[in-house]
Design a protein around this ligand. Structure first.
Ligand code: FCB
Length: 453
């Protein structure tokens, strides 16, 4: 009997000593929604994107972001909805073009609006993750060459220092640049984003400048904000995709998929490990530069995960590289394949390449106006996270893209990523059924640590 009691007690002791991750989501796991200033605020008139939207044919239906969700006039409603969703983190971006509308002219009032928002959120138990660059540049930066401009890292650092001086003490999580490679793919490889260069041989310069700008911002944020008992966390939000060969056995397709993975997914994250930014795609693009200031500049790995691409090389049929979706695959309103396994594959690689580094799902979501796919989509992706967390991965949060339907870049208003749709004319936010489900789910997970069925 004594032996039995002893063993019960020791079992109890072992049970209590186990890390909470063994059981799934810990109580400090963050549920979150993500947005970007240009997509929701309206009135971003001094930016490269506002100009881009005025070029006929660039945005579906000739849409523009001049009003969009008019977020500043709907703060009450939106914060209430975040509470309903049960999120305790809000990822949003601040708009450089509004804060520094012309070189060296900084508008404190613009940053104070964000500071008030941060405090308001905090009062509701919601922390902030602030993105400093989410696709848009001030028009004056674009005029000097945008990401090609050799002075951009200096200018970015100055702007970041100004923002940090006002917002800093209230914010613990910073994203320097959102999806640098999406800017490159959209604006330099193709021409669906500004500056619309459409020439892959031009990508090395702007990528190098992005890594430099990130590194400068990283160090400046820490210099300004670190104290003996406060050290904010700073990182990128990387858009990683799964690149698979269109034809499995085809060596050209396999090579293509490998090269896309090397350049699009890993070139920038790896440069933050050893400072070496390099890749080689014969005849098209290569680079090999050392950026010493980039070493060790990710406090967390920000992963934006959406889908995968199957690539097929057709040497005799322009545009030569074709993106395909598996026949019969489940796809979203934008034709993106629903592929949660891809998130698993990427997390396995991230954990191998960045052992022990904290991970945030800084974006994950889908365009689904009818809301038929959103609940299973989120559930399947969260199951992948749960599996990794049980396996001991330091995954700290999940940001769903996004709160409200908004301006989806080249797609205009045709892609519906929101938990809430907007009533035309009034911009009243209307919950989709998935919003209600998400609120119930987050509460249950917070209570039990499990996703359940
Ligand atoms: C991501 C972007 C975000 C939004 C979603 C749908 O790549 O970061 O702004 O467009 O896709």
């Amino acid at each position: 009997m004594i032996a039995l009691r002893m063993s019960l007690i020791s079992w109890l002791m072992i049970f209590c000593a186990l890390p909470s991750s063994v059981f799934g989501f810990s109580s400090d796991f963050r549920f979150c929604v993500a947005t970007a200033a240009h997509q929701i605020e309206g009135g971003n008139l001094n930016s490269d994107w506002d100009r881009w939207e005025q070029i006929p044919g660039k945005i579906k239906n000739g849409d523009h972001a001049r009003i969009s969700t008019d977020s500043w006039n709907h703060v009450d409603e939106d914060v209430r909805h975040m509470k309903d969703l049960g999120v305790d983190l809000y990822r949003f971006s601040v708009e450089w073009a509004k804060i520094e509308p012309s070189p060296g002219v900084f508008r404190a009032a613009e940053v104070e609006r964000y500071r008030d928002l941060v405090r308001r959120l905090r009062a509701e138990g919601i922390d902030s993750m602030v993105t400093l660059h989410h696709f848009t540049l001030p028009a004056w930066v674009a005029d000097r060459g945008g990401w090609d401009w050799s002075g951009i890292a200096d200018a970015f650092e100055r702007y970041v220092a100004f923002v940090a001086g006002i917002l800093g003490p209230d914010v613990r999580l910073w994203v320097t640049i959102n999806e640098p490679m999406t800017v490159i793919a959209g604006g330099y490889v193709s021409d669906v984003f500004p500056p619309g260069r459409g020439n892959i041989s031009l990508i090395a310069g702007p990528i190098t400048n992005m890594v430099r700008a990130h590194a400068r911002a990283y160090h400046r944020l820490h210099r300004i904000l670190d104290t003996s008992d406060f050290r904010p966390k700073v990182g990128f939000a990387h858009h990683l995709r799964n690149f698979d060969p269109g034809r499995r056995g085809n060596p050209l397709d396999r090579y293509l998929a490998r090269k896309f993975d090397e350049v699009f997914n890993w070139a920038i994250p790896l440069a933050t490990v050893d400072g070496k930014l390099r890749w080689k795609v014969p005849f098209l693009t290569r680079t090999d530069v050392f950026i010493p200031e980039a070493v060790g500049t990710q406090d967390f790995f920000g992963l934006n995960y959406y889908s995968r691409d199957r690539l097929r090389l057709r040497p005799f049929k322009a545009p030569f590289i074709h993106r395909e979706t598996l026949r019969g695959a489940d796809t979203t309103e934008l034709g993106w394949e629903v592929y949660p396994v891809g998130m698993d594959r990427l997390l396995i690689k991230i954990r191998m390449m960045f052992p022990g580094m904290e991970i945030y799902l800084t974006e994950n979501g889908l365009a689904d106006q009818d809301d038929n796919q959103r609940i299973p989509f989120i559930r399947e992706h969260l199951k992948v996270l749960e599996k990794h967390i049980r396996d001991g991965a330091p995954i700290r949060g999940y940001c769903h893209w996004t709160l409200n339907d908004n301006f989806e870049w080249a797609e205009g208003y045709t892609a519906h990523f929101g938990f809430y749709s907007l009533e035309p004319g009034t911009l009243k936010r209307i919950p989709r059924p998935s919003a209600i489900w998400f609120g119930e789910m987050t509460r249950k997970v917070k209570e039990t640590g499990r996703l359940g069925e």
